[in-house]
Design a binder for this molecule. Structure first.
Ligand SMILES: [Mg+2]
Length: 243
């Protein structure tokens, strides 16, 4: 089963970690297939520019992994966006309440636990525990407790990561914003992702007459499924057509 798409009528929304690259124990350790940037460029040309990256990472992070490829992108779960390749990244103002989370995390000492990694992305703070899975409950409880008094913050759980972020944006925001851009407008959104946080983007795509592809195991609203990033590459390669 490889979903076929009409390149002139489709807008593609691609998650990064677990979708375009295999997950790694630490986010900075992901390995990008050498041919991936060129594959994405071909895909972008084929789809008339209507290819957007949608990630929990900052856009600068995606750029550093995929250089020289650049595209419309939404990072930090929709908190920052870029409306055209190589254009400046626009981000929302960080809520002051994030400083409370920062100091609460530091006081808790959770970052000192072996296998736990606190990643401060400026607009969000993520606590990764891929190397300390037994810390799941402790980290969830801690972050929910720290965020609870702050109505402008929300807690988002992903694969082996819990993140505190400003309330009100998600990967659905990325779909909504991109679909008003020239080059995306009027196209059918197709959202491709592997994680729980991608479900918002998938729902947004489905609500707008599009579809979604889930990578890997687990429940999903997506009508289509692929096994791994390697399968995604093969599928995108076919969609991109011959070079
Ligand atoms: Mg992912």
């Amino acid at each position: 089963m490889l979903l076929d798409l009409e390149p002139d009528e489709t807008a593609l929304f691609l998650d990064f970690d677990g979708t375009l690259v295999d997950l790694a124990p630490r986010p900075e350790d992901v390995v990008v297939a050498p041919r991936l940037p060129a594959l994405l460029s071909r895909l972008q040309t084929r789809f008339g520019g209507a290819v957007s990256l949608v990630s929990g990472r900052p856009i600068a992070d995606l750029d550093s992994f995929l250089t020289p490829f650049s595209s419309v992108a939404h990072g930090l779960h929709g908190l920052e966006g870029r409306d055209a390749p190589y254009a400046p990244v626009i981000r929302v103002k960080p809520p002051a309440a994030l400083d409370w989370i920062r100091s609460g995390l530091s006081e808790s000492g959770i970052g000192e636990t072996p296998g736990v990694l606190v990643e401060d992305k400026g607009l969000t703070i993520a606590v990764h525990y891929r190397n300390a899975p037994d810390q799941h409950d402790a980290i969830c409880t801690l972050l929910h407790d720290l965020a609870a008094p702050h109505a402008d913050l929300s807690v988002l759980a992903g694969k082996m990561v819990v993140e505190v972020k400003p309330f009100g944006t998600s990967k659905a925001t990325a779909v909504e914003r991109a679909l008003v851009l020239p080059g995306f407008k009027g196209r059918r959104p197709v959202f491709v992702g592997d994680d729980i946080t991608d479900e918002d983007g998938m729902k947004a795509a489905l609500e707008r007459g599009g579809t979604a592809v889930k990578i890997g195991e687990g429940p999903s609203v997506a009508p289509h499924r692929l096994g791994s990033p390697a399968d995604v590459h093969a599928w995108l390669d076919r969609l991109a057509g011959s070079a």
